[in-house]
Design a protein around this ligand. Structure first.
Ligand code: 5AD
Ligand code: SF4
Length: 470
């Protein structure tokens, strides 16, 4: 599994008959988490009224936004190499008398604001995740002025209040950010510094956005937050709701066939949320629960605030509530102080729990985080060995999980046409890509029989066609 997303396909071109604005093109490239994918969509929404229509070509783009991720070192370096290429494009366009505004958004911008403009002075705008609503003003200033505009402060006001209602027609799958930031301060992680303190949107605003998404055709809503299950929002009844209650309310919205939430912290999996997995039929049987390590000693060094046993207890209770639940996870190998015995404890935990998929990483020191100055660094070569061993087990578990699905009849949400003519593409309850021969409208939830597990997808036949043919 890869942890980055490609260029974000921004909203559609303005409808015919809408007052013509000067035709301008916007390219947004998105790295990192689904929160960034969501933010990219909102930035496209904010810029659409200024006449920016999406493009995927840097040569065509009057404005380029790199929406970045700082969570691992490689991601920030990729941003700088992309910026190097954009410098050439900007020069070539300038030679033809065309202006190009280059913006860096997201967590790299938050963490390295001034360094970006020092290393890449051709960048016009640097904006942190809390300042997207100021984008139109910054674009206007950047188009007029020489000198970069840097906006990365955490303002007191809620950035969500300033964003326009998402108007762009959405596909059948929509992301909805309900929570931002993190107060957990894991030793290795930059998020508490780049995204700031935990903040939960009020329930009424989330429900209103979900209703609008459903009215625009969304059938599956994925709730997003760095610590999504820490959500504790003001509710219309004056009480603070937790995530389980919010999910129950969202499940009542007509048209919403599927709910998910990501990413969760084990310490915030409360009893009601575990029960919700057994009680809300539209809550998909799937949970991404980062484990990071299976060693109590490393978990303590990571400041996770719990022992490995908590993962086992949670996995067992979740599966009791929802027996077909698939768990996915994140792992880090080679955190400072991790011995081979600690790594073996991670391997044992993986075998004990069993995962349907996982992301795994070699620890990389992030400047300013506590782990960066912890003793006992692990040699790169040793990290490589551990990562390969871990990934081999995780890959086998993923293959086993996919193969075990073959033969089952499951609901597939149709998301588009397949790679070959006459095919539809969709996703299973466990987020596996599925393709099947036949026709069904985008947004339909179709009963399909899974027939074969291919390397990156499952093939299926439409169950009703089967029975019609029988
Ligand atoms: N080194 C390696 N992996 C990291 N992650 C976060 N910070 C680091 C780091 N410094 C991983 C964690 C997290 C995922 C999003 O990225 O596993 O859950
Ligand atoms: Fe980072 Fe830990 Fe917060 Fe997750 S819980 S965002 S890993 S600090």
């Amino acid at each position: 599994m890869s942890s980055s997303t490609g260029p974000y396909p921004a909203g559609p071109a303005p409808a015919e008959g809408v007052a013509p604005k000067p035709a301008r093109k916007l390219l947004i490239r998105t790295w990192g988490c689904q929160m960034n994918v969501y933010d990219s969509g909102r930035m496209a929404d904010i810029l659409a009224p200024l006449g920016y229509a999406p493009t995927e070509s840097a040569e065509e783009a009057d404005m380029v936004i790199l929406n970045t991720c700082h969570i691992r070192e490689k991601a920030s370096e990729k941003v700088f190499s992309d910026l190097g290429r954009l410098r050439e494009t900007k020069k070539a366009r300038a030679a033809e008398g065309r202006q190009t505004v280059i913006a860096v958004a997201g967590c790299v911008a938050q963490a390295e604001g001034a360094e970006i403009t020092a290393r890449a002075p051709w960048v016009d705008i640097v904006l942190g995740p809390q300042t997207y609503h100021r984008l139109p003003e910054m674009v206007a200033r950047a188009s007029r002025a020489a000198g970069a505009v840097i906006e990365t402060d955490f303002p007191a006001e809620d950035k969500f209040d300033h964003l326009p209602e998402a108007r762009a027609p959405q596909g059948p799958v929509a992301f909805l950010t309900i929570q931002e930031g993190c107060d957990k301060f894991c030793s290795f992680c930059v998020v508490p510094y780049t995204r700031g303190a935990e903040f939960s949107r009020p329930a009424a605003a989330i429900l209103a956005e979900a209703r609008q998404l459903a009215a625009n055709g969304a059938r599956e809503i994925a709730l997003l937050g760095q610590n999504v299950n820490a959500w504790a929002g003001a509710s219309p009844d004056g009480h603070t709701w937790r995530l389980a209650r919010l999910l129950r309310e969202l499940a009542e919205i007509p048209g919403v066939a599927r709910l998910r939430y990501t990413t969760s912290h084990p310490r915030d999996m409360d009893d009601d949320l575990i029960s919700a997995h057994g009680e809300i039929p539209s809550l998909m049987p799937y949970l991404h629960l980062p484990v990071q390590s299976g060693s109590d000693k490393v978990l303590a060094a990571m400041n996770r605030g719990h022992k490995a046993e908590l993962y086992i207890r949670l996995a067992d209770r979740l599966r009791e509530a929802r027996p077909d639940l698939a768990l996915t996870s994140d792992f880090i190998v080679g955190h400072p102080g991790e011995t081979s015995a600690d790594f073996e404890a991670t391997m044992r935990l993986v075998e004990r729990i069993g995962f349907a998929g996982a992301y795994s990483f070699k620890y990389s020191a992030r400047p300013g985080t506590p782990a960066a100055s912890q003793p006992g660094p692990v040699a790169e070569a040793e990290k490589d060995v551990r990562l390969q061993a871990l990934q081999a087990v995780l890959r086998r578990q993923q293959d086993d999980f996919n193969r075990a699905c073959v033969g089952r009849v499951v609901d597939v949400l149709v998301t588009g046409t397949g790679r070959h003519p006459g095919q539809v593409a969709g996703r299973s309850p466990w987020l596996q890509p599925v393709h099947a021969t036949g026709a069904a409208p985008v947004g339909a939830v179709v009963s399909m029989q899974l027939r074969a597990a291919l390397p990156n997808s499952l093939s299926a036949t439409m169950a009703h066609e089967e029975s019609a043919a029988a």
